[in-house]
Structures are given as C-alpha cells and as structure tokens.
Design a protein around this ligand. Structure first.
Ligand SMILES: Cc1cc2nc3c(=O)[nH]c(=O)nc-3n(C[C@H](O)[C@H](O)[C@H](O)COP(=O)(O)OP(=O)(O)OC[C@H]3O[C@@H](n4cnc5c(N)ncnc54)[C@H](O)[C@@H]3O)c2cc1C
Length: 497
C-alpha cells in the first residue's frame, strides 16, 4: 500500500495499514515529516477520554455529534452528516490510540457551544504527534521516503495501482500499490491558482502557514474524475509575525518520560504557574482577537493609512497593502482596557487569555510605544504626518452612520486621543488551511463525479474532507488522525490485486 503525505493523516494511515499486515511505503515530499499537523496548535476534541473520566465528565459521541451542528450552522451549506458521525463515533478510539503511542494530552477544557469540556491539547506542542507516530511507523517497518514528491496516480486494470514520484536525484520513479493508495497530502493553502479559482483573488495573494500545502492530492485525484467539495471554505486571518527565535515551549522535547510528569505537575500546579506555561505558547501562536478592535484599536498599513473595517471577520484588504503587512494602533485608554478581562489580545479558548502585559514580557519585538503619534510613527516605519492625519480622520468619522470618506466609520468605538500611543505588529493575513476536500464515502474511498468509488483510491485528512464541516477547535486534527487510521485499515483489508 502507498500513502502520499507524511503529516498526521498519512502517518496514521501508514501505522494502521502496517498493523493490519500490509507492506507500506510512505512518500513525503519534504525533507522531514510533519506537514501542517506539526505547525498546528495541536488541540483535539474527543469524548469518553480517560481525562474526561478522571474529572467525572459524562459525555458521549452522540452529544458531540449534536454539538458540532451548533458550530456548523453558521456556515451557509449542509454538512456531511455521515462523515460527522464517523468522526464523532471514532475519535474516542483515536484519542486512546494516540495516547497508547505515547502522546500526552492536557485538558479537557471548555469550548462553547460544546456543552461539555472535550477539547484536549497535546503536550508540549504538535510536533509530539509526529515524533511518536514516526517512531511507531518505523518500528512497524513502514518504508518512509522523504524528498519524494508524488506526481501522478497510475491506473492498471481499472484500479489505482501505483504512484509515480520524483526524488531530487532520481526523477520518474514508480511504486506499485497492490492494495491501493491513500492520499494524505493536506490542503491547497499554498496553491495560488487553486485558491484564485476556488476562493478569491485576495486569498490567492495571502500567504499560507504551510508552504507545502499545494493541493497535489486534489489535483492527482481530479485527473481520475474526482471532485472537490466546499472548495471556497478556509480558515485564516490576521496573525502576528512569528518570533525570530522559536519560543522555549516549541523547543521542548516531546518524549513521554518528560511530558507525563510535566502533565501531572500542570494538573496540580497553582494557576499562576500554569498561566506562565500557557503564555509562552499563546504569545507564540499569536492570533489577535476581535475584542482588541472592539475595544477601540484600529489597523493601519506600514505607510500609516487606515484601509479596512477592522471589526470585519476577515480583512481581505490587507492582501493589497504594501508588503501585505499592517500594525494594530491604539491609545493609552485602549491599552488600559486590554490589560485585563474582558478585553484581551489573544486566547487559547478555555485555557488562558494574553493581555498587553503578557505581550510586553513575552514578545517585546511586537510592541511599540511612544508618548505621541509623531514619535510612534518612525518606530513602525510610518510617515508621522500621515499617521496623525489617519487618527484625526478616524476620530472625526461618524460614530454610527457611514463614513464621509471611503474608509469605514468609527461606529460606536472611542476616539484615539489619550497618550501614550501603541502599535502592535507587524501583522499579516495568513491562510491556515483550506477546507475543500475530495468527495469520499464512509470507507474513505474517493468518489468520481457519478458518486462511484474510484477503485483502489482512498483519501484522509484535509484532502479527504468530503464536505465535512470542521468548525470549532480540535476537529481538523481529530479528523486527520481518525480518517487516516480508518483509511489505512480499509485499504489494508482490500484484497491484493
Ligand atoms: C497554525 C495552525 C494551527 C492549527 N491548529 C489546529 C488545532 O489546534 N486543532 C485542529 O484540529 N486543527 C488545527 N489546525 C488544522 C490542522 O493542523 C490540519 O487540518 C491537519 O493537521 C491536516 O492534516 P493532514 O494530514 O491532512 O495534512 P498535513 O499535516 O499538512 O500533511 C500533508 C503532508 O503531505 C505532504 N505532501 C503534499 N503533497 C505531497 C506530494 N505530492 N507528495 C508527497 N508528499 C506530499 C506535505 O508535505 C505534508 O507533509 C491548525 C492549522 C494551522 C495552520
């Protein structure tokens, strides 16, 4: 059996298939395994976990299934109910399986509208998934080829029977797959052509978190008659630039012998210590919250000009600003607000909130402060006169009605007048993932345009999302590992051809 992609879903598929006795080759185009999975926060949402049991939380896949609908109803299209059922029924087993491989989790924590706490976070970071799964795959004899980019699916006797792939020194190699091929090659957040065709021009111009998410699996399957569902859906938004040096938390080794006692200590530690641990992580992930703009902050480009309604859900205009970057600008009154609840800069839902003081301490490189706007402007590389004019215009704009200029009005937000002034940034728009997956059935087989399975072709993770709406935290990772596990065992149980 051949697996294309060495992220979460691909490794899960390879392990499940090898455990069932299949001879597995895994192709990964990057020099190392990991994919978007290793760049994620790493939360996974599941019920009936030992962690829930320990806290006496009575929960079930059925309740999880119903709560997922509360997230999905904000999306104006139907969910794939069969795949949602497949996820919620099987993710408890996936969670136990990951734990049995040595992955440690913290939690569960609340995430409304889930009615029960069921979001768990991997310790110390998402690279732990790859560390433990790669180790298991190698022990089971999975042949892992890195720098191996799958280019084309090969068909023989009406079935997908192999893969053509390139390695830097050896292009045009072929690997035969008598039990079929599992596509686990992630999404197309880094493919401008696919994003332009399926989402928008602004999305096409927006940087991906993972440059390897080029939609190869989707393209290879489309050549065989498959189709993409929900191609226009994606996750992303404004984020702070990552730190020049990775944070201490992202450098922690993921080994179980270290993480198990750390997890135990976290459960018993005073809240202030847990908060310190979480802060190192929160100010690294760094997605500015909407509360920040509701509190009165505005967004200016690097010339010091305002360009969008910063309270909108997605600020597409950022893609068209110089260098695609902006700064979050606010005054002393807003600074006071975002120093304590209920306003904050970023959050890991249900776990902790990061305030201005946390950013000043953990990410001083992102915080600029000056008594006046003309002193602040050069710190962020903006023109002082332009920045002063921007703030004046904003202050004078109508409080409720439409703005006199083409810029969005201030609405109900306060004027920016009290010294000192602050700029946080730079921020950029990022596409974290796209949600357009191939149409599949409940056996994870890829379907053609008539709805019939393409024999020998399976898909898991983002490339096999099949119209499943994965809103809320922890569902993408849950789907990657669950669908990978199932696709691997279904493919392995296929009769060899
Ligand atoms: C910043 C961020 C935070 C996130 N946080 C969370 C979270 O906390 N919880 C959650 O549920 N989800 C989260 N997600 C989403 C989640 O990480 C992904 O949806 C999930 O990891 C996708 O897994 P995958 O196996 O489908 O793809 P990937 O992990 O991307 O793996 C695909 C692999 O295929 C390889 N590949 C691609 N093309 C080829 C080819 N032609 N040949 C060979 N190999 C190929 C890629 O290099 C990659 O290694 C987050 C995403 C981001 C960007």
């Amino acid at each position: 059996m051949v697996v294309i992609g060495g992220g979460g879903s691909g490794l899960a598929a390879a392990i499940a298939a090898a455990t069932s006795g299949a001879d597995v080759v895994l192709l990964e185009k990057n020099p190392a395994l990991g994919g978007t999975t290793a760049r994620s926060i790493g939360s996974i949402t599941a019920t009936r976990t030992p962690h829930q049991d320990r806290l006496g939380i009575i929960d079930s896949p059925e309740e999880h299934y119903r709560d997922m609908e509360l997230f999905a109803r904000h999306v104006s299209r139907p969910d794939n109910d069969a795949l949602r059922r497949l996820l919620t029924d099987n993710v408890p087993e996936t969670f136990r399986w990951l734990s049995s491989l040595g992955v440690e989790f913290f939690g569960p924590v609340e995430e409304p509208p889930h009615k029960k706490p069921r979001m768990h976070n991997v310790l110390p970071n998402s690279r732990a998934y790859i560390f433990h799964l790669e180790r298991r795959a190698r022990r089971l004899g999975v042949r892992i080829l890195t720098n191996a980019r799958a280019r084309r699916l090969l068909v023989g006797a009406g079935k997908v029977a192999g893969v053509e792939f390139d390695q830097p020194d050896k292009p045009g190699q072929v690997v035969h797959a008598s039990r079929g091929v599992v596509l686990a090659s992630g999404d197309y957040a880094a493919n401008p052509d696919m994003k332009r065709a399926l989402i928008s021009d602004a999305a096409a111009r927006t940087e991906p978190v993972n440059p390897a998410s080029t939609g190869d699996g989707q393209k290879m399957a489309i050549e065989l008659g498959a189709k993409i569902i929900n191609g226009d859906l994606f996750g992303g938004g404004v984020r702070f630039a990552p730190p020049a040096k990775p944070s201490w938390i992202s450098r922690l080794p993921p080994s179980t012998w270290l993480m198990r006692p750390a997890n135990f200590a976290l459960r018993l530690a005073p809240l202030s210590m847990v908060r310190r641990f979480i802060m190192g992580f929160l100010t690294t992930v760094m997605v500015p919250s909407h509360e920040l703009f509701d509190a009165g902050a505005i967004l200016v480009n690097k010339d010091g000009e305002r360009f969008a309604d910063e309270t909108a859900a997605m600020i597409f205009e950022l893609a068209y600003q110089p260098d695609g970057v902006a700064y979050i600008l606010f005054d002393g009154a807003v600074a006071e607000k975002i120093s304590k609840w209920p306003y904050y800069i970023s959050t890991a839902p249900g776990i902790a909130y990061a305030y201005l003081g946390d950013y000043e301490k953990n990410r001083p490189d992102l915080v600029y402060r000056a008594e006046t706007l003309d002193k602040l402007a050069p710190l962020m590389g903006a023109n002082p006169a332009k920045l002063i004019e921007t703030v004046e215009r904003y202050n004078q704009s109508n409080e409720t009605g439409p703005s006199a200029s083409s810029l969005p009005a201030r609405k109900q937000r306060p004027e920016l007048r009290s010294e000192p002034f602050y700029a946080l940034g730079p921020v950029k728009n990022y596409i974290s993932f796209t949600d357009g997956g191939l149409a599949i059935n409940e056996r994870l087989e890829v379907l053609d345009s008539q709805g019939d399975p393409i024999p020998g072709l399976y898909a898991a993770g983002s490339v096999g999302q099949g119209g499943l709406l994965l809103k809320g935290h922890g569902h993408h990772i849950g789907w990657a590992f669950t669908s990978g596990r199932l696709a691997g065992s279904y493919a392995a149980s296929r009769k060899e051809t």
